[in-house]
Write a protein that binds this ligand. Structure first.
Ligand SMILES: *[C@@H]1O[C@H](CO)[C@@H](O)[C@H](O)[C@H]1NC(C)=O
Length: 271
């Protein structure tokens, strides 16, 4: 009885170790700000047994993301022009997935596989390599801008569709800018290089600015406070003014003094 119990305990332990060492339990975690690139780590070195560049697949639970077989590659529909496992890195055993212009919808668990088998043979098998959880976060900032100067609002990505504004002493949001469409031509607003320039801020420009994507999700939130321009102190202004006044009224230009001196000397010597 005791022996049986010990044996089943041993079996349980074996099972736990097996589960523990199963690749599924190793989950990497990577976080990226929306619109920026992300690198999902992966190494394949230990599985490499030939000189050929490995055949790698990346996928999520629901989608194909990227596949590379030598120079041949495939990008999933949602990842067109955004996903890559660079070939020169893959030959060195680095199968990390490079994602560009990360979207909120990219968040989730990604898995990489090594496809093995002779290229000529139709039957292939896959070896699981890596699980990576990608977390996508928004941008947040607090800015202090001087009254009368410009605010440069970063749109971060071409996913930006709209900029809305809520004044500090208001609850309503107003649309300041839209990528498509004829948003009121505001002289204080200018878009350039994926940045929005708001010119000559007034006291009423204080508040919250949000950059939204096509789903209405906030890519970025910027809280802006307006500060008074820093002026010299009043006493300093007076001193500067009086010094300037003295200079002009009491001290005539040197050339004039010289002129009068020469004139006097001439008069004196001739008289
Ligand atoms: C693979 O390449 C990426 C990007 O250059 C790098 O961050 C990562 O550390 C590399 N991984 C290994 C195991 O060298």
């Amino acid at each position: 009885m005791d022996r049986v119990n010990r044996y089943s305990a041993f079996l349980m332990l074996r099972l736990l170790i097996c589960v523990g060492s199963s690749p599924l339990s190793v989950l990497f975690y990577t976080s990226s700000k929306v619109g920026l690139p992300a690198v999902l780590p992966c190494t394949v070195e230990s599985h490499l047994e030939s000189e050929r560049a490995p055949h790698i697949q990346w996928q999520t639970v629901s989608d194909s993301v990227f596949e590379r077989m030598g120079q041949e590659q495939f990008q999933g529909e949602a990842y067109i022009n955004r996903a890559d496992v660079p070939e020169h890195m893959l030959v060195k055993g680095n199968c990390s997935l490079f994602l560009q212009d990360v979207r909120f919808s990219d968040a989730g668990v990604y898995e990489s596989y090594l496809v093995v088998g002779e290229p000529s043979k139709p039957v292939k098998s896959r070896i699981f390599l890596q699980s990576v959880q990608l977390v996508v976060v928004d941008h947040k900032a607090i800015r202090s801008v001087q009254l009368g100067s410009d605010l440069i609002l970063d749109l971060h990505t071409h996913q930006a569709e709209q900029v809305i504004f809520q004044s500090s002493d208001d609850t309503d949001w107003t649309v300041l800018w839209e990528r498509e469409g004829d948003v009121k031509k505001n002289g204080h607003l200018k878009e350039k290089d994926n940045k929005l320039i708001l010119r000559r801020l007034s006291a009423s420009s204080a508040g919250t600015y949000k950059v939204l994507d096509s789903q209405g999700l906030a890519l970025s939130t910027v809280k802006v406070t307006i500060t008074e321009p820093v002026l010299p102190k009043e006493s300093e202004v007076l001193q500067i003014q009086s010094a300037y006044g003295k200079a002009t009224t009491i001290v005539p230009p040197l050339s004039l003094i010289t002129f009068f001196l020469v004139f006097e000397i001439l008069c004196f010597s001739t008289g």
